[in-house]
Ligand binder design. Sequence first.
Ligand SMILES: Cc1cc2nc3c(=O)[nH]c(=O)nc-3n(C[C@H](O)[C@H](O)[C@H](O)COP(=O)(O)O)c2cc1C
Length: 209
Amino acid sequence: MDRLDPAARYKLLVNTITPRPIAWVVTRDAGGRVNAAPYSFFNAMGGTPPLVAIGMAPDVQRGETGDKDSLRAIRETGAFTVALVDEAHAQAMNLTAVNAPAGVDELALAGLDAAPATSIAAPLIASAPVQFECRLWRLVETGPHSAIVIGEVQVTHIEDRFLSEEGGKLRIDNPAMQLIGRSYAAGEYVRNAAPLHMDRVSWPLEDKD
Ligand SMILES: Cc1cc2nc3c(=O)[nH]c(=O)nc-3n(C[C@H](O)[C@H](O)[C@H](O)COP(=O)(O)O)c2cc1C
């Protein structure tokens, strides 16, 4: 990999490691300015503690000489919210990836209302179906102005219509959320429309006869 140019290296990863969920990261920086942007180097990393990880690259718009606004605000405040992206919010999410100058509130730009979070100053997206309030757990510096942000989820917000209980167990209707993810090329996304069902196997393997 270190013999390749950065663009080829990046392509080998992002066009093969798919689909990737999208973290729609919302921050409020030390000056009170709200910022929103999508990040697909993202996943859940554990349940106890409940961790999510997000990979943030240098800001290309600033010639890679500065942090992206999300990373800067997370360094300043140690807090952020993550909304998952459903089909209904796809265009708005894409709009918030715009290379707007620092200080532009991308939520307002995309016509989205902010709602107060319960445990941190960073706001939620009022209409997003599933969201997490996160406090910075660890920041792993991976290079100049790039880092892996690991957040501990303090609070989960999920619309009631996706939740139910069956035999005392929590049920979550994920297909109903219509979440989207990043796919293999620029501008390509996947729908969670045709899931493949496969039960987990346990040892000893069952006799098939
Ligand atoms: C679907 C999608 C996924 C993205 N994933 C990432 C990512 O994982 N890491 C990253 O650094 N930038 C990613 N970007 C680019 C950022 O969203 C973009 O640079 C944005 O302007 C950063 O905003 P900020 O400076 O307000 O944080 C992604 C863009 C899109 C549209």
